[in-house]
Design a protein around this ligand. Sequence first.
Ligand code: GMT
Length: 374
Amino acid sequence: MRIGITCYPTYGGSGAVATELGIALAERGHEVHFITYQQPFRLRTFRPGIYFHEVNVGRYPLFEYPPYDLALAVRMHEVVRSHGLELLHLHYAIPHATSAWIAREMLRRTGEDVRLITTLHGTDITIVGQDPSFHAITKFSIEQSDRLTAVSEYLRRETYSAFGCTACAVDVIPNFVDPSVYDRGRYPRTIPGITDGGRPVLAHVSNFRPVKRVTDVVRIFARVHASQPCTLLMVGDGPERDAAEAEARRLGVERDVQFLGKLDAVAPLLATARVFLLPSETESFGLSALEALACGVPVVASRTGGLAEVVRDGETGVLAPVADVDAMAEAALTLVRDESRWTAMSRAAAADARARFSRETIVGRYEALYRGMV
Ligand code: GMT
């Protein structure tokens, strides 16, 4: 099949999933065209069967807000025609599903067509899509998609309750990991200059937006650190990074917290970790938690959104109420200190991630959905 994929190309779960999906589809012989404003961050090298089409937004002094949505629609229309694309897979509804609908309307004027599949990832439904400025267009655009998928049962329920789309059939296709990459056994136990002090490592990976509660990550770490010398690796960057760094200084743990910024390959770091922390306000799925689990790292996280579908509470990690820093710190400290509990959870985490979320199975589900559409 010839498939177009549009996603946010920057650091974030939806872009990561879209890119990994495109790579896997190309490996299965499909022709994949990424249409977005920048080369996706996990797609930096040439790969056979994958093409990238950059969206350029024309600048004009009148445009205080340059219309990216329209430039994207025009590029989609052009790429569908020039490469004979059969379907466009949109990751994150806003504005991708809207631009795709415009492109399809333009195609239909000339007797052409393309199928649209939208994958809902999270805040496109739970936060941004419910903003009064976007609610009506989000509802309209997702209803115009030929197929809709959500990354968790939780997100499917949210979609029905927020948009009341009686006409939408939302399939749940969860996110996935490549078990050959997220494999603890593949990487060294220590990384010189980062984890060579012999101390247990706690880790967090995110885009440091307010919803991730990164200051809670630092507070949880500080409580564990008070009883047990350890190191915290903070991977990623975003608006809350300064606040997290300030919190580390305020709590006097800044020398044991490493802010590593945005990294393309996180598996080698995860493989050194004892516990992964994800105390988010909400999380439709929690791809970073899944990547940690696959690396055999038990996850201590908030009991919110779709996280309970990813982390098996008490078996592959521990869930606690949002903002309950004490409970999360206690769970993390137990995992740091109790070798046999940690070993059991680590094994269960890696096995469960492989059993339920392997790349092979989940990509096959998308492929079957596409085949039913074209
Ligand atoms: O919805 C967002 O906030 C953006 C999105 C992203 O691009 O990182 O994150 C969402 O999609 C991920 C991939 O499906 C999920 O793993 C994240 O849980 C989800 N984020 C939220 O729900 C806050």
